[in-house]
Write a protein that binds this ligand. Structure first.
Ligand SMILES: NC(=O)c1ccc[n+]([C@@H]2O[C@H](COP(=O)([O-])OP(=O)(O)OC[C@H]3O[C@@H](n4cnc5c(N)ncnc54)[C@H](O)[C@@H]3O)[C@@H](O)[C@H]2O)c1
Ligand SMILES: O=C(O)C(=O)C[C@]1(C(=O)O)C=C[C@@H](O)C=C1
Length: 384
């Protein structure tokens, strides 16, 4: 049973006096921003092997201080978060284990695979230090602290993998910190996590890269090679956005979960063979069923989890390359008395002109908002 957890409130005492983020890039920086913003950590430091990331993290106000050595950074820390790539995290865990740590300190990570990291932590970290693995199911193809975003974890599922016998108070405190960034905790066994996430994240990443690779090779064609990139529109861009992710990070993820990924790629080969057979059917009934079933399953995916901050009925519009589009939209909503809950640029999707996301608290507001935008010449997209 999960221990009862109270919500962190800004006016309450911080949950942690000193926190350290090890690896202050997209995810570490986003977590740092969110934890500082809501007052969950009183003093937050970063340690990063890249000196310019350290400088930038302080300059951008992501952390209070930055260090180049682990020893300096973790002294007296009561929360330590590993947010480096998987392989680096495994190596850093060994280094951390050799340092004097504050008794009762909570250590966690954000790595995209859990079995290897959790096994390494269990093997190396001393008793009296509480390790609880973690993985926020939110991110983007961008990397580095510059891309950090305090809102990244809102409504995202945040997996925790507490080992057997985890201290209930330590667990409750970590859950409270995660819920303070408006993410939703889901407890899983590391191996179950890795099996499921291989199918919904790791293999899709490989396939996106493979699709890009195919087009890259075709675009070397001497006569019409240039057409491939010229004609690449929404479909190709939507399905391959994630292929822009950091190569080192993805190498580590895939190597760390290679057994499950191998199984899924073999299954993928079976799927491709089956598709080739369907191509030879003259009436295309098999193809139609294949597309129909895929569309039905995709359409039935749960909408993004909306927990504490459930508001949200969303539409997006193309943002023309001209200033003031957000102001124009807000004004239109105001004139028509439509309650707009939030507005912002979509950073996780790559569109030619970028997109503006609009959220409403009710379906009615969203529908009225969409109508007003349509009659004012905006291209409106409904989001599931
Ligand atoms: N990008 C995503 O969408 C996403 C989502 C969830 C989890 N993750 C996981 O989060 C972790 C970080 O990913 P990211 O996207 O923030 O990557 P990133 O490249 O933006 O940041 C990683 C940071 O770690 C630093 N670093 C690397 N080696 C280090 C070392 N030995 N010591 C100290 N710092 C070191 C880098 O300099 C960089 O600043 C990875 O384990 C990744 O699997 C990523
Ligand atoms: O690029 C995104 O939109 C992501 O959320 C990235 C994504 C994913 O595959 O869903 C990538 C790796 C992570 O470990 C978690 C999230």
């Amino acid at each position: 049973m999960r221990p009862a957890v109270q919500k962190a409130k800004a006016e309450e005492a911080p949950l942690f006096a000193k926190g350290v983020i090890i690896g202050c890039g997209l995810i570490g920086g986003s977590l740092a921003l969110a934890l500082r913003e809501n007052g969950a950590v009183q003093h937050l430091a970063a340690v990063d092997s890249n000196p310019s990331s350290c400088e930038l993290a302080v300059e951008l106000g992501v952390v209070d201080a930055a260090y180049s050595t682990l020893r300096e950074a973790v002294t007296d820390a009561d929360l330590i978060v590993f947010a480096a790539p998987v392989r680096q995290t495994c190596e850093l865990l060994a280094k951390l284990a050799a340092l004097p740590l504050k008794p009762g300190c909570i250590v966690t990570d954000v790595c995209s695979t859990k079995a290897e990291v959790c096994a390494q932590a269990a093997r190396l970290l001393p008793s009296g230090v509480h390790f609880i693995g973690g993985h926020p199911m939110a991110g983007s193809e961008k990397s580095g602290v510059k891309a950090a975003n305090a809102r990244l974890f809102e409504n995202a599922v945040y997996v925790l993998t507490p080992p057997e016998g985890t201290d209930a108070d330590a667990f409750a405190k970590l859950v409270q910190a995660i819920e303070s960034v408006k993410a939703q905790v889901l407890v899983l066994e590391p191996a179950v996590h890795d099996r499921v996430v291989a199918a919904i994240s790791h293999v899709p990443h490989i396939i996106a890269a493979q699709l890009v690779d195919q087009v890259m090779r075709l675009s070397g064609h001497p006569e019409h090679g240039g057409l491939y990139t010229k004609l690449a529109a929404g479909g190709f861009r939507d399905v391959t956005r994630i292929a822009s992710g950091n190569a080192q990070m993805w190498r580590d993820i895939v190597l760390s979960n290679r057994d499950v990924i191998r199984e899924l790629l073999v299954d993928w080969q079976v799927g491709v063979a089956d598709l080739l057979a369907k191509l030879d059917e003259s009436e295309g009934g098999g193809l139609q069923s294949f597309f129909h079933e895929a569309a039905a399953f995709r359409d039935a995916l749960p909408t993004k989890l909306r927990g504490a901050v459930r508001s949200v009925y969303e539409i997006s519009i193309d943002a023309p390359d001209e200033p003031g589009v957000i102001g124009k939209v807000a004004t239109l909503m105001g004139i028509h008395g439509i309650n707009l809950n939030g507005v912002g640029l979509i950073e996780s999707r790559e569109e030619d002109n970028g997109q503006v996301l609009l959220s409403y608290r009710s379906k009615r507001d969203m529908e009225q908002g969409a109508h007003v935008l349509l009659i004012n010449g905006f291209q409106v997209y409904f989001r599931d």
